[in-house]
Design a protein around this ligand. Sequence first.
Ligand SMILES: [Zn+2]
Ligand SMILES: [Zn+2]
Length: 319
Amino acid sequence: MRAVRISKNGSWQAEPATVPEPGPGQVLIRIRASGVCFNDLHAREGRPGHEAAGEVVDLGPGVSSRRIGDRVGVPLWQTACGRCEWCQRGKPLHCPQKGGTSINLPGSHAEFMLAAADATMLLPEGLSFEEAAPLFCAGYAAYSGLCSAKPKPGDRVAVAGIGGLGHLAVQYAKAAGLFVIAVTGSADKISLIRGLGADEIVRNGKELQAIGGADIILGTSGSIDAQADAFEGIRPEGRMMVMGLGTAPLPLPVNALIMKRASIIGSQHNDRRHLHDALALAARGRVKPMIETYSLAEAEKARERLASRRTRFRAVIVM
Ligand SMILES: [Zn+2]
Ligand SMILES: [Zn+2]
């Protein structure tokens, strides 16, 4: 088989590798599509990719919940120790020993990949591998952030940053029947963003404030400053979900935070049920990932375009 490895200079090269054998509780997946997440760019070594979709082709000992031929996807977080405080409290997301695809488990930009059987999610009928793959990180994160903000009927939702994560967040918020405002500095994307269903499009937090603000801000931008800027448009009692990863501080005006009694909430893949429902909405045609596809041999081209911010919404490597 071939698998992408990060070379010393940071480029992605498809190299020959041995097809692994599934151990206890594992399945072997023939990967059909692997989404390229912005967070892949933070990795400096190893095998990148954590938005996998494919078919189960082999079962390890003891696997009973998955069958050969199942269409599945694999989320970022797969395993946890089962013994620590957080595992025992039913919150394996906080397990200090959790296993993450492409973090301490092999990545998905490869023809085959092992995964913990119980971590995989069955793909609903009618959802292609290419469209399913980006939902296993970007779609999951977008929908989970929206659900965790506890939207109420009539809420105004602003999505700050319309890229891989944000273009899905706009559609999920629209599918939930909410009033959706896209916040973007990319003038060239405006007609595409209208097509996603955004009710209003503004350039920054000041303009968001001017049109009435938002009860929920989904900070999906890879730019921390762009997420912070959108906060200017938060309404009283508003919730800001911080979702675009970064190491920089989030600079927010404390007076506005206090006077508006706003909440700032960090959000990632908060609950597996959000992943299930995110896939179901896409299978029903309510949400459609906008993708550009690459072959495994073109992985470096996909990485380079994302790194130089030329990827429109989501790159997917198909095999
Ligand atoms: Zn990701
Ligand atoms: Zn644990």
